[in-house]
Ligand binder design. Structure first.
Ligand SMILES: Cc1ncc(COP(=O)(O)O)c(C=O)c1O
Length: 384
């Protein structure tokens, strides 16, 4: 049997990983500033994570949500404290798309409405409603097309107000990434998030904060929406939540009431998933990783801004993007193949940095040196 060929892959086999580093099957070391797409939060193979998962696997790996799950309650308790939302309710699933799918559905159950506001360049996943709210027609199958989703320009308060004024009583929810990831690291302005909160309150719509990529401490606060001083009604989380174990969750404000059978999943919140998520929460807290993300992110961003050839350096914490001018278009490729540094990208010419929240200053310096060298080489070859 062949693999279904949907991914353009780099010809690298990763065989070993530790902290912010990975090694290929030939023993070559790479600095990982991509984290397998913002997934590695506490660092690869963190000892506490390995120990908690190993111990759990030796006891019980899986049982479904038909029995009591003290591990889920322990996770809800610790996550409530770490996120600063102790009064919210936790529902566990296994992927980011599933988190958004459930959040959008729950909002519609809650207010009985059908319309959703999403934004230009948004990415919310590939399942039916999640992809319908994603601004990329090439990944929306005909069966997922719907007239229930309204796309508005990002960070445009006037457009949002106009849309609510016209059809506010039909809007079920507004879904927004606090920092757009796939869309190229676009930070939602504080005034925009505050306007979403105000209009959702005024019209009875549900504010859904897609925190799958920008959440879990990556922005230097637990949720990037915290920068605006607002509370969303539902936060969706995945990626960093399990440091690689497929675990995702939504946390739900107290006024949204559950009903038996309303939502459900076979795998969500199983014993191993909870052990992984608990190890992550405990490590973020013990090692002060949110503060580290804020400090190292600030350092990296300040230093990147000093390199004049990089344009529009932006982001928050350890979610950083910058535009690479055409003359240095091979920068990302050269960082990988010459300097052994993994970074992320966004089309057409954005480099995205999504490293572990435990990134050290010396790792940041390694990237900065490599970029400066590449720019120097590029400038010299142009001068010839
Ligand atoms: C903001 C955002 N939401 C949702 C998703 C979908 O998550 P998953 O791939 O786990 O379904 C992603 C994935 O990149 C994402 O970046």
């Amino acid at each position: 049997m062949k693999l279904f060929d949907v991914y353009p892959v780099n010809n690298i086999v990763i065989d070993k990983a530790k902290g912010s580093y990975v090694w290929d099957d030939k023993g070559e070391q790479y600095l990982d500033l991509y984290g397998g797409h913002a997934v590695i939060s506490i660092g690869h193979t963190h000892p506490h994570y390995v120990e908690r998962l190993t111990n759990q696997l030796n006891k019980v790996g899986f049982y479904s949500n038909s029995v009591k799950m003290p591990l889920q309650e322990e996770l809800a308790e610790k996550l409530g404290k770490l996120s600063g939302k102790p009064d919210y309710q936790l529902f566990l699933i296994s992927s980011g798309a599933e988190a958004n799918e459930n959040a959008l559905k729950l909002a519609s159950f809650h207010n009985g409405r059908k319309k959703i506001i999403a934004f230009k360049k948004a990415f919310h996943g590939r399942t039916s409603l999640a992809v319908a709210t994603t601004d990329n027609p090439s990944i929306v199958a005909p069966v997922n097309q719907t007239s229930n989703v309204i796309f508005l320009p990002f960070n445009d308060v006037a457009a949002l107000e106009a849309c609510f004024a016209e059809q506010g009583n039909e809007i079920s929810s507004v879904i927004i990434e606090g920092i757009q990831g796939v869309g190229g690291i676009n930070v939602a302005s504080e005034s925009f998030l505050q306007a979403i909160r105000r209009l959702c309150d005024q019209y009875g719509a549900v504010y859904i904060a897609d925190s799958v990529q920008c959440g879990y401490g990556r922005s230097g606060k637990f949720f990037s929406h915290d920068w605006a001083g607002v509370n969303a009604d539902i936060y969706t989380m995945a990626k960093g939540m399990g440091n690689g174990f497929p675990v995702a969750g939504i946390i739900i404000a107290p006024h949204l009431q559950p009903k038996h059978g309303m939502l459900g999943t076979t795998f969500g919140g199983n014993h191993l998933a909870c052990a992984a998520a608990l190890a992550v929460v405990e490590t973020i807290e013990k090692e002060n990783l949110i503060q580290n993300a804020a400090e190292i992110g600030e350092y990296l961003m300040t230093e990147l801004k000093k390199i004049p050839q990089l344009q529009n350096v932006r982001g928050r914490g350890l979610m950083i993007g910058f535009d690479v001018p055409e003359q240095f278009k091979d920068l990302r490729k050269n960082l990988l193949w010459k300097h052994k540094i993994f970074t992320g990208e966004a089309k057409p010419n954005v480099i995205r940095l999504l490293p572990s929240l435990a990134l050290r200053k010396k790792d940041a310096d390694q990237l900065l040196e490599a970029i400066k060298e590449e720019i120097q080489v590029g400038a010299e070859s142009m001068a010839k």
